[in-house]
Design a protein around this ligand. Structure first.
Ligand code: DND
Length: 228
């Protein structure tokens, strides 16, 4: 009788190698998934995973914002809650990493500052950042701090999002367009705003966020009131 193989499935046995050498292989392509993540949900995770496989990234670093200055009119949860939820959501994926770079900066979280600082983590000229962002966010990129510099520092991956037509990218300035990589991903009509509203209204959020994030939200009493 044939002996059952003791080999683990490929996905489980993949070893995480955070600092592979780029010698002879061209530049390392590092995905950066920035967000307020209030809370992180499957839309974010699918975007990062799809970019990882489609673009041959060596890893995706999740970067929760510290000071979300661009949401100053809205209540945003405490940064440690957003960080903890992002950690819980990314923990079981060997090619996802998490960074406190924007949290520890204690200044408004501008993407250009983050990319410039992160360059020092890698060998000079050995890295090509791929900043992953939804179509909705990339639409406003011209109003971000030094958008041309962001485009110079790497690629901007514009992932599809329900309700947004990729043709809107045509209206972006040429300096941005030259670095754009439009990427079609499985569309998930999930948003952090909708999840917060559902919690407040007592509706289920199961299957919209990973279950540890769901439990974290309930245990920490997040989103129940208008101000949080
Ligand atoms: P959000 O607050 O939109 O994050 O911030 C996205 C990034 O933009 C952060 O890294 C910010 O620091 C940066 N930003 C914004 C404004 C100004 C500047 C920088 C500046 O440098 O001056 P969310 O948590 O709401 O969403 C995270 C990402 O996930 C976004 O790109 C969003 O479009 C995307 N997303 C989805 N993509 C596909 N399907 C879904 C999605 N839900 C969210 N269902």
């Amino acid at each position: 009788m044939k002996k059952a193989s003791k080999q683990r499935p490929k996905e489980e046995s993949r070893q995480y190698m955070p600092m592979q050498s780029s010698e002879g292989l061209g530049k390392r392509k590092i995905g950066i998934m920035g967000g307020t993540f209030d809370p992180v949900h499957y839309g974010h995770l699918v975007a990062a995973e799809e970019a990882y496989f489609s673009l041959g990234l060596s890893e995706v670093i999740f970067v929760p914002t510290g000071d979300s200055f661009h949401k100053e009119d809205l209540p945003v949860s405490q940064v440690e809650h957003r960080y903890n939820m992002t950690m819980l959501a990314t923990l079981d994926n060997p090619h996802f990493r998490l960074s406190r770079i924007e949290i520890d900066r204690k200044a408004p979280s501008h993407t250009v500052d983050t990319l410039r600082e992160m360059r020092h983590w890698f060998s000079p000229n050995g890295v090509c950042f791929h900043f992953i962002t939804g179509l909705d966010a990339v639409l406003n990129i011209a109003s971000w701090k030094e958008p041309e510099a962001i485009a110079d520092l790497g690629k901007i991956v514009a992932v599809s999002r329900p309700g947004y037509n990729p043709q809107i990218l045509d209206h972006l300035p040429d300096e941005i367009k030259q670095s754009l990589i439009p990427l079609e991903i499985p569309l998930l009509a999930i948003s952090s705003t909708a999840i917060r509203n559902r919690v407040r209204e007592g509706k289920s959020i199961r299957y919209l966020v990973p279950w540890p994030v769901e439990h974290y939200i309930y245990k920490s009493n997040l989103y129940y009131r208008n101000g949080w």
